[in-house]
Write a protein that binds this ligand. Structure first.
Ligand SMILES: C[S@@+](CC[C@H](N)C(=O)[O-])C[C@H]1O[C@@H](n2cnc3c(N)ncnc32)[C@H](O)[C@@H]1O
Length: 325
């Protein structure tokens, strides 16, 4: 599909061309690294769903450094073939297959990976529910293969759609990682429900045996999992561009949005808000309140976009926590 003139005006599209990245997505990984220091101490990395290869390029440039360290091993997996990259071994394969996990481990000579990233996306159908469901399945497939190849203490980063299953996905990720944060890099388009889960410190439950055959997203629940309460409902910090950490300036915890659900805020971990952010905070608060009326529980898109634009104007450099409900 050809690029529209809108794409060409996009700053990251132009920057990617200038800097020689295969796709503008490269900036998403670079910005996630800026925030989470993902590449520190990494010598074995896996890029799942890698084609055309901009994330692999980032790994190659960042991990191998100027001296092109031969100690660094990077494996890129995709259904499609991609042009070769220095220091990157390619596996043309399916991330849902055990044979792919075995091939990765073979390449690492029996050792585990320090970092697994996945920017996987299925072909979009345009039917939101279907797209969200397939994306969730792909994320879980990525998590499944990750449990085979990641070392304890390692990190996993993956694309997620903030759709209606998102709470369950967070809960499932939290079973395997001590920290799960949802982040939206500023290069990810505001209009997209795409975000990234940054899962740190892989620590599977004791006795867990990796297994490619059990789907983790089980739709056989007889209750809507979005109605789950208490410990079954794990709420993770959601990061966005701009400082919204104190949008709850009146600090009323927990916030009661309607009579049937109690939404818990986690205490802010960031420094106090600066005055210009107050307006964005108010918008965010409105958005949360608007959510009450939304049957799917999804955030109101126009408000989300409005907030993000507002925040970007205020300060596109700072990332601070807001809380995803
Ligand atoms: C958005 S692209 C990835 C872009 C890439 N991160 C980059 O920066 O160039 C999504 C990729 O996911 C791949 N993909 C989807 N399902 C897959 C699967 N089951 N196994 C392997 N790759 C898959 C597609 O072939 C596609 O190349």
């Amino acid at each position: 599909m050809g690029r529209s003139s809108k794409d060409k005006r996009d700053i990251y599209y132009r920057l990617a061309k200038e800097e020689g990245w295969r796709a503008r997505s490269a900036f998403k990984l670079l910005q996630l690294d800026e925030e989470f220091n993902l590449f520190k101490g990494v010598s074995r990395a896996v890029d799942l769903c890698a084609a055309p290869g901009s994330w692999s390029q980032v790994l190659s440039r960042k991990l191998r450094g100027k001296d092109k360290s031969e100690d660094v091993k990077i494996v890129a997996v995709d259904l499609q073939a991609m042009a070769p990259l220095p220091g990157v071994t390619q596996i043309q394969g399916d991330i849902t297959k055990i044979s792919t996990a075995q091939e990765i481990i073979r390449h690492f000579e029996g050792q585990s990976a320090d970092l697994v990233v996945c920017d996987g996306a299925p072909d979009v159908t345009g039917l939101h529910d279907v797209d969200e469901y397939i994306q969730a399945q792909l994320l879980l497939a990525a998590l499944n293969i990750t449990t085979h190849v990641l070392k304890p203490g390692g990190n996993f980063v993956a694309k997620i759609f903030r759709g209606k299953d998102v709470t369950l996905l967070y809960s499932q990720l939290k079973i395997f990682f001590s920290s799960v944060t949802c982040a939206k890099p500023r290069s990810s388009r505001n209009s997209s429900i795409e975000a990234f889960v940054v899962c740190q410190n892989y620590s599977p439950p004791e006795g867990y045996v990796p297994n490619m055959s059990n789907p983790l997203l089980d739709h056989s629940y007889d209750v809507d999992f979005n109605q789950l309460e208490g410990p079954n409902r794990i709420i993770v910090p959601f990061l966005a561009c701009g400082d919204l950490s104190a949008f709850d300036s009146d600090r009323t915890y927990p916030l009661q949005l309607d009579s049937s659900k109690e939404y818990q805020y986690l205490p802010p971990t960031q420094p106090p808000i600066r005055p210009p952010y107050q307006q964005a905070c108010q918008l965010r608060k409105n958005n949360l309140l608007a959510k009450e009326d939304s049957p799917s529980g999804a955030l109101d898109d126009s408000l989300s976009t409005e907030i993000l634009q507002e925040v970007q104007e205020l300060d596109s450099r700072r990332l601070v926590q807001i809380y995803f409900l």
